[in-house]
Design a protein around this ligand. Sequence first.
Ligand code: SF4
Ligand code: ZN
Ligand code: ZN
Length: 316
Amino acid sequence: MNKMKCTVCKREAFVKLPAHNAKFCPDHFDQFFLRQVSRLIKKFRMLRPGARVLVAVSGGKDSLTVVDVLHRLGYQVTGFHVNVGIKENNFSEESEAVTISFFEKLGLPLKIINLEKEYGRNITTFARRFPRLCAVCGLTKRHLMNDYALAGRFSCVATGHHLDDLASSLLANVLRWDLSYLAKNLPVLPAEGPFAKKIKPLALLSEEEVRIYSELRGIKPVTAVCPYSKEAKFKRYKFFLNELEKQSPGMKRAFYENYLKVAGIFEKAGTSELPLRNCKICGGPTPSEICTFCRLWNRTQSAQEEDQEINLGDGN
Ligand code: SF4
Ligand code: ZN
Ligand code: ZN
């Protein structure tokens, strides 16, 4: 059988990317990956050269990859990790340890917030009352990170969402015609009042490409799995898109890129009708007197029965 040859240098290729009609040796795959990120950053004006960026780091391959790439591209990266206190599978301890050792190796600053130490309880104490624990966990992490980014005057907050995440949530939201989500499924959300700017530098790279890059770079992500992980979330949409991708390479990327061309039409429909004001406790943005975060974390035991009424949908 003929060996695959790198499209650029004709040396032996180790990976074939049908979506790009290309095969690469390790060096040229690395260059391809950096170039894709760098182009997206420029195209969407995500970051100025050398900007200070706060990266949400879970300890998984996607977030560690964003840190690695942005650091290599010359941005000033600070990590932000929340230890949510999940004891099962030693999940939170391992995630924190992996994150610390990764940042130590790169010599980059890292901020860690431990929910038990700061708020006296961990995320699992919400599990019984909120079957969608990931919604509480995500809201908590986003709130803390937004606060920290604004206080530290970071240019923006970066996350490790890749093409498979964005294309599958796009498909799910199109099938529901959820206009407010369709307005926000973008690689960049500008700073808006009390919300920091948000960027997704891996938005046009597939999960497989991120996996190959992280392995090539020797990145060792956390192996423990969160027992509350909603693995099923968007999983069937990812599966479906991957099946289509096999028949028509490049389809996934085209689906998402074509959405980007028309996303503006959803903008108005996605605007919150409720005006935001400042939360009485933390000063953060909220359509009600007290924001969801404060209602969750600064509450008295006697108010627990109100939990079911808490709307987990605010924030952007
Ligand atoms: Fe939190 Fe859900 Fe992630 Fe577990 S899987 S850490 S509960 S967001
Ligand atoms: Zn090559
Ligand atoms: Zn608040």
